[in-house]
Design a protein around this ligand. Structure first.
Ligand code: NAP
Ligand code: MG
Length: 402
């Protein structure tokens, strides 16, 4: 059978540890036999980031802007222990942070649902995609531990000398204060990324904050979303038969629990942090979560939501068998290939992405899975496979579909 031809290369960002091992297996077993795989390769493995003074990460983000679609392997974010382990020149920043900043993007995460791994919330028939604003609020706060009685004020001094001053609290004793901020420009990008992504996957978009209490701060988020929706997206949403609606965060939580799924839930930074962990743990496993970074102008970077699975990697280095789940990494590839197929008008590539996902889920549904899933499945007859056997089993299912 002739291999599927590609037009534009995918930006390929290789990574670290166990996921780097899976990366190569996925390419060898599931992609290269079927596709004349065109990629522009960037090695974001920590050694190479260190050699290039992290320039490779910046270059890969620039390439993503140029070509429009990237697929990324999980990477190590260095900490003190990694400094010694890899003999690093510097504690390089998180590659995801660098790429997110370069693309001004929003991260969308969704569980991969499959028969046999049911969400704890029984009525969630379809995945709930979480969109988390990745800038500001409590993640960029300034805090003071108030030592004793006194007055706390919020002061803004404009470049033109204008001053705005409000009393936060007249303290009678010790306490705490916190200053947080956000920027209209960042909220606008977040809103546009959410609306574009909703149109892209044709799902309703929910957005929720606490504007009844936070009458200026949260209300500003609500107004910006509504304004951009009315001016730029309303007609497109009508045409696509999808809906945007705003509600209070506590109402959203109540509705989410009763909902069937199949929508996007946009959250402020903190809410998104908490709610994405809730949705993913309710759906079983971090290894069954997709993650895609979308820029407001429609550039896409696909990856798995989990890290480099360090513990499994050390076992692998010791020559021990590992049973690491490759599903999220496979879905990162299928997501990127499908998007490339859509943009370049290569229907065979989109069909292949669909088949690869079907084969992956079909393999699990037939009872063949990695150990993280055998522990939580409701299927009765299951076989626990090692990392390599699982990928080979998917290959077999895929062959059967060709
Ligand atoms: P992790 O790689 O997400 O793994 C944490 C634990 O979750 C694993 O030890 C494993 O549990 C389970 N797990 C995660 N993915 C799995 C998979 N595919 N198959 C089976 N089990 C899986 O987090 P970490 O080990 O704490 O972090 C390792 C490195 O990843 C860190 O250096 C961190 O900086 C980096 N990281 C990168 C990204 C990214 O690039 N997007 C995201 C998060 C973390 P058991 O050990 O119990 O089997
Ligand atoms: Mg969290």
């Amino acid at each position: 059978m002739a291999k599927i031809q590609m037009k534009t290369p995918l930006v390929e960002m290789d990574g670290d540890e166990m996921t780097r091992i899976l990366w190569q297996m996925i390419k060898d077993e599931l992609l290269i036999p079927y596709i004349d795989l065109k990629t522009e390769y960037y090695d974001l493995g920590l050694e190479h980031r260190n050699e290039t003074d992290d320039q490779v990460t910046v270059d890969s983000a620039e390439a993503t802007k140029k070509y429009g679609v990237a697929v990324k392997c999980a990477t190590i974010t260095p900490n003190a222990a990694r400094m010694t382990e890899y003999n690093l020149k510097e504690m390089w920043k998180s590659p995801n942070g660098t790429i997110r900043a370069a693309l001004d993007g929003t991260v969308f995460r969704a569980p991969i649902q499959v028969k046999g791994i049911e969400p704890c919330v029984k009525n969630w028939e379809k995945p709930i995609t979480l969109a988390r604003h990745a800038y500001g609020d409590v993640y960029k706060n300034t805090e003071i531990k108030v030592p004793g009685a006194g007055k706390a004020e919020l002061v803004f001094t404009g470049e033109d000398g204008q001053e705005i001053r409000k009393t936060i609290q007249e303290f009678e004793g010790s306490g705490i204060i916190q200053g947080i901020h956000n920027m209209d420009k960042s909220i606008e990008s977040f809103a546009r990324a959410c609306f574009s992504y909703a149109l892209d996957i044709k799902q309703d978009l929910w957005f929720a904050t606490k504007d009844t209490i936070s009458k200026i701060y949260d209300h500003n988020f609500k107004d910006i979303f509504q304004d951009i929706f009315d001016k730029e997206y309303k007609e497109k949403f009508d045409a696509a038969g999808i809906e945007y609606f705003y509600t209070l965060i506590d109402d959203a939580v109540a509705r989410v629990m009763k909902a069937k799924g199949g929508f996007i839930w946009a959250c402020k930074n903190y809410d998104g942090d908490v709610m994405s962990d809730m949705v993913s743990s309710a759906c079983g496993s971090l290894a069954m979560m997709t993650s895609v970074l979308v820029s407001p102008d429609g550039v896409y970077e696909y990856e798995a939501a989990h890290g480099t699975v360090q513990r499994h990697y050390y076992k692998h280095l010791n020559g021990e068998e590992t049973s690491t789940n490759s599903v999220a990494t496979i879905f990162a590839w299928s997501g990127a290939l499908r998007k490339r197929g859509e943009l370049d008008n290569i229907p065979e590539l989109c069909e292949f992405a669909d088949k690869l996902e079907k084969a992956t889920l079909g393999t699990i549904e037939s009872g063949k899975m990695t150990k993280d899933l055998t522990q939580i499945t409701s299927l009765k007859e299951v076989t626990a496979l090692n990392s390599e056997q699982f990928i080979k089993a998917i290959r077999e299912t895929l062959e059967g579909m060709m």
